[in-house]
Design a protein around this ligand. Structure first.
Ligand code: AMP
Length: 380
């Protein structure tokens, strides 16, 4: 199957060719025709499956045929949980839409940066990608109106419908027109699908792309039994002795992420922490330096475990385990893309052993464990 046979227009075919996207991925094959037909869609697929392009392409096509919004009324609203994901999604809209006959104005808005420039640039925006809190601030000051929305997209939908965003989401949904297209995409979905159907979706096409059977086989998973005090030295030992050059380390708290990054720097390893307490400027810079290979280690909280697409990331290390098996899947899913296998290492303290067994059970796969007692960590 080709993009052409899905009805994609010549200008967009050219944009796809520029990106070297030769064939549609499975989620794209199923979602694109349905979205073009204005159907609601619930898409469940891993990050890396191409779900962003699956909705960006047909939405850009639809925008070529409808009355474009004027002034501060936007056509398409994409809600995302993090600022980083907002930027990533807006880049995809921009890259694919830049040569369309009809110019589409896309903008990403998120908190942590000054609101005034966002207010000023809002005029004539067709596609708005937003985190919920900042969107509400903008609607309250009449910088944007949501009553003309044609399509609502929830990326990382299970997170957006999670209790943490519930109040904000209810307020946003109350501002939308009743008649609209709804598209929900998520790598994992814990809520009962019928419950979500009732809240948001009307007779949707449900697409479930099972991760390829051997998806997790692309990721070499490994665990080290280690005491809490030896975790820092063991982390540095692993990075130095294996000469790892691009490593994403996950920590359980902001405080821990800062402490780990500090220690790495003191030991001559270029590292930065990324978490919710950092300024947006620092977050953006850290992520882009890490993506470009300028930064050897990025120490993150679960803030960036979802949705963030880092091409060919070879190593993920769980300094501490996440609370849920689902988050473990999100975290290790940052590595191991087709044709570029990755490695996911977890440092397991005695207190975490029971929890790790539960994760392995959920994954349906035992993970090779190494006892680190025999490793000489002197000097690390
Ligand atoms: P996503 O699941 O949206 O995070 O996308 C994962 C990655 O797949 C991104 O880096 C996209 O650039 C890439 N991608 C999406 N669709 C295609 C395609 N049809 N062919 C090749 N790469 C693609």
């Amino acid at each position: 199957m080709t993009f052409e046979s899905l009805g994609i227009s010549p200008a967009l075919l050219k944009a796809l060719a520029d990106q070297n996207y030769t064939q549609p991925y499975p989620i794209q094959r199923e979602a694109i025709p349905a979205i073009l037909n204005k159907k609601d869609v619930l898409g469940i697929a891993q990050t890396g499956s191409g779900k962003t392009v699956a909705y960006v392409l047909p939405l850009l096509m639809n925008l070529q045929n409808i009355a474009l919004s004027q002034n501060r009324y936007v056509n398409i609203l994409v809600l995302v949980p993090t600022r980083e994901l907002a930027m990533q999604v807006s880049e995809v809209f921009y890259k694919l839409g830049k040569d369309l006959p009809r110019r589409i104005k896309t903008m990403a808005v998120y908190g942590g940066v000054s609101i005034n420039p966002q207010m000023m640039r809002m005029n004539g925006v067709n596609v708005l990608i937003a985190t919920p809190g900042r969107l509400l601030e903008l609607t309250e000051s009449n910088a944007v109106h949501l009553s003309g929305i044609d399509t609502l997209v929830l990326d990382e939908a299970d997170k957006m419908l999670n209790i943490g965003f519930q109040e904000e989401m209810n307020r946003i949904i109350a501002l939308l027109p009743k008649k609209r297209q709804n598209l929900l995409f998520s790598a994992t979905l814990n809520e009962d699908i019928t419950a979500i159907n009732q809240i948001l979706l009307h007779n949707p096409l449900v697409i479930k792309i099972e991760p390829e059977k051997d998806y997790f086989d692309l990721i070499d998973q490994l665990g080290y039994f280690v005491s809490e005090e030896r975790k820092g030295p063991l982390l540095r030992y692993i990075i130095k002795s294996q000469d790892l050059q691009q490593v994403l380390v996950f920590a359980s708290s902001v405080y821990k992420a800062d402490a780990i990054a500090d220690k790495l720097r003191k030991n001559g390893i270029k590292a930065t922490a990324i978490h919710s307490k950092k300024s947006q400027g620092a977050r953006t810079e850290a992520l882009s330096k890490f993506k470009s290979g300028d930064l050897r280690v990025l120490v993150a909280t679960d803030l960036i475990s979802r949705g963030i697409d880092i091409k060919f990331l070879p190593h993920v290390i769980n300094y501490e385990l996440p609370r849920s098996p689902k988050d473990y899947i999100h975290r290790i899913g940052r590595t191991g893309r087709a044709e570029s296998p990755g490695q996911a290492i977890s440092l397991i303290s005695p207190e975490e052993q029971h929890h790790f067994r539960i994760i392995q059970k959920k994954m349906g796969k035992p993970i090779t464990m190494i006892n680190s007692e025999g490793i000489n960590l002197k000097g690390f």
